[in-house]
Write a protein that binds this ligand. Sequence first.
Ligand SMILES: O=C(O)CCC(=O)C(=O)O
Ligand SMILES: [Fe+2]
Length: 333
Amino acid sequence: MDLPRLDMIKFREGSESERIAFSAELVQSFKDHGFVKLTRHGLPEEMVKRYMKAAEDFFNLPSEAKMEIANPRGPWPQRGFSWVGAEQTSKLRMENLEKQDGWDELNDAREHFDAGPPGDTEYPNKWPSEAALPGFRGLMEKCYDMFQKVCLEIMEAMEVGLELPPGSLVNRCCPASSELRLNHYPRIDLKVLADGKIKRTWPHTDFGIITLLFQDQVGGLELENRRHPGTFMPVLPGPVNGPTEMVVNISNTFQRWTNDVVKAGLHQVSVPIAMKQQTTGFCPERYSGIFFFKAHRDTSVGPLPRFVSVETTALYDEITALQYQQKMTGVLY
Ligand SMILES: O=C(O)CCC(=O)C(=O)O
Ligand SMILES: [Fe+2]
């Protein structure tokens, strides 16, 4: 089974009834899978291609250049480079938060780069020098703005689909506090993965509102099959020469806002489906580009009034998006 693939132009340029139909299908796919694929997402193809190529250029820098902009471990938004093994996604799984101890030895075979809003003075970004990587910062800042815009549009559609007052989601996301990420999974021996202590990315949910994801042709991203909890199915890369497909998943903040009406999509990165039966050899390197769309730092991530009633009590506490981010980032290390 592949994920529903929705054409976003129907929301952007469609008639009122097309906008309503798109929004209903979007909500349904999120309720069923926690995931959707969007085509004609409005992001220039050329820009997405350059974004993915920039990931290769960045991770090909010498280690010293990457370590110069290393992310300081700790409970604050991530900025700059995180080396292989720095982050342990196994700890992020909501139900594992209390029983973290046994999860300490599970590592991710992944390095990544994170950037927050352009010009963020509270948590400044860390860029490689212009000499080392010409144009990288400019491109990332442009992508950030475009990704933020498309996420706001998805929030608009969710307001329609969930029959929420216009602006009730969108207004919680301005000014921007999202994060852009580049992921690199180095080539790895299948035997290492088979040992069970290292995975490309352990099952987890992301902690923002929604996540946008672009992947190369290697494959390996998997989402939980909600019909058979605990099992996973592949989110296959789009056609090689076709237009880019944007994968979108629901993250914890949206689950909290809707008091579990729309739940976050559990996902992992595993061995690509074509190599599952193989016991020897190497898993090729893989790149992905991600945008963690987040709520404004002072906004509450407690359930919205519309999802709480006498019969339906609030499942989550009223803390700010920044406090929640700090709590979750603290868990990662
Ligand atoms: O690389 C991928 O496809 C997924 C990575 C991921 O889940 C994350 O960075 O949160
Ligand atoms: Fe993720």
